[in-house]
Design a protein around this ligand. Structure first.
Ligand code: IMP
Length: 441
């Protein structure tokens, strides 16, 4: 077999805490690729896409589904909630989007089960009971953490490929529910909430209903991706979540449970890492975060409220209002270096319009001393003092601009400052439409 060509694959990854507008960049770049693949996360991710006049939320199905001729792959590293996945497919079809042979699901992807959501809710409730609000992670409730935990535990986990033998699933679920009931009952006691034991039979029934419909999408997606790359087909890897939520490299433990940078592609899609040519990092010109965890540049009061409204900063998956802050160039430089970003796409610049001045965090101090890089613990990260540089603002409505060179000088100066700290800025988005993505340089 030929080795995959090194320039055949492109990665798109978020560099902050999610919600940077990756979908728009993926949508644009997908048109130059024959396959679009997801390799991490699950239905905790989400972005809305335009289908005609409507907006449709995608959580598990890759964004390339809207493009004719593109094969969309849900890789082995994804935590798959079968019912959410099928609901999303139904929603797309209702909007006239063709979903059939253009969607492939890994037989190695792990299944999110209803008891994973129960476990997540109980763990969060128990953490709140024991340590107060700050003890909980503020998860999305999609069962992601417990699914990946079971993946690591191994014997309690179910994968898509297991659905081919439902008799065996029935036997295994009898054991799994016995263990889960013992554990969940204990968690419920800690959380001081009632617990209703789970039963295997209804779970098997629900799985059987999904299994039949899922079957037509299931294949060995790793083999599909490797052979496609070897045949010279171009693959776009669509990262869910973002670098600072990465299970290893983010603001642990206030992170999600999967790898969220380009580092996770090889493992989560079953391809050699050397196949990645370009790595696009997506960052907003300010920062937002949902859930708990450190956020050194967080803003409160009128500026935060104003940016939240103008940027429509409410979660796609949960509708929660997002926390808002200035851009953090220390964290961004770190995130870009992790992912090996070759191109930076900048979003959210237009949301800053109208501010008399804009701040950018250019350093951290901790305990009075300057910090090199980012700290290892969330507690330290929460205690750092940001060092700010202040840049002049701009009043112009950027959505009206069609060319990067025409943008107001102060907006371009901000882009230059970000580029100097992080990586070459290749695109600046001034609105949601395709023609509002301005190429630079
Ligand atoms: P989980 O992924 O549901 O376990 O949530 C863990 C943390 O990651 C929480 O703080 C969530 O708010 C955050 N999170 C997970 N997915 C996203 C996302 O797509 N955008 C923003 N935050 C996310």
């Amino acid at each position: 077999m030929n080795a995959p060509s090194s320039s055949m694959a492109t990665a798109v990854c978020g560099l902050q805490f999610g919600d940077e507008g990756k979908g728009q960049i993926v949508d644009l770049l997908a048109a130059e690729h024959q396959l679009v693949a997801r390799y991490n996360g699950g239905a905790n991710a989400g972005h809305t896409v335009r289908v005609g006049e409507d907006r449709v939320a995608l959580h598990l199905v890759p964004s390339g589904i809207l493009l004719p001729g593109v094969t969309n792959v849900v890789g082995n590293g994804v935590a798959l909630d079968p019912e959410s996945f099928l609901k999303e497919i139904d929603g797309l079809r209702e909007h006239g989007v063709a979903v059939g042979d253009n969607l492939k699901l890994s037989d190695r992807a792990h299944l999110v089960m209803p008891y994973h959501k129960t476990e997540e809710a109980l763990r969060e409730a128990a953490a709140r009971k024991l340590a107060g609000e700050g003890g909980a992670i503020g998860t999305t409730g999609r069962g992601i953490g417990p699914t990946y935990a079971d993946k690591a535990h191994r014997v309690a986990a179910l994968r898509v490929g297991d659905l081919a033998d439902l008799d065996r699933v029935r036997v295994r679920l009898a054991d799994i529910t016995a263990v889960k009931n013992a554990m969940l009952k204990g968690l419920a006691e800690l959380a001081e909430v009632p617990y209703e034991p789970i039963e295997a039979a209804p779970l098997v029934e629900r799985l059987a209903a999904s299994a039949e419909r899922l079957q037509s999408f299931v294949c060995d997606t790793g083999e599909l991706l490797r052979s496609s790359l070897a045949a010279g087909r171009r693959v776009l890897f669509e990262g869910a979540h973002s670098a600072l939520l990465d299970i290893d490299h983010g603001t642990y433990p206030f992170v999600t449970s999967s790898p969220c940078t380009a580092l996770g592609i090889g493992q989560g899609a079953g391809v050699p890492p050397a196949c990645i040519g370009q790595v696009w990092g997506v960052a907003k010109a300010y920062t937002s975060r949902v859930g708990g965890g450190p956020f050194p540049t967080e803003l409160f009061g009128a500026v935060a409220d104003d940016l939240r409204e103008r940027g429509n900063e409410y979660g796609t998956s949960t509708g929660r209002p997002r926390r808002i802050g200035w851009i953090d160039l220390v964290a961004l430089r770190y995130a870009a270096s992790l992912a090996g970003v070759t191109h930076l796409a900048l979003t959210g610049l237009s949301v800053l319009s109208g501010l008399s001045e804009i701040r950018a965090c250019v350093g951290y101090t901790l305990g009075g001393g300057e910090l090199q890089g980012v700290p290892p613990t969330a507690d330290q990260w929460a205690e750092v003092e940001p060092v700010y540089e202040t840049l002049p603002g701009f009043d112009e409505v950027l959505a009206d601009y069609g060319c990067y060179a025409d943008l107001p000088a102060n907006a371009r100066a901000l882009v230059d400052r970000i580029e100097a700290a992080v990586a070459p800025v290749a695109m600046v988005c001034v609105g949601p439409r395709r023609e509002q993505v301005l190429k630079r340089g």
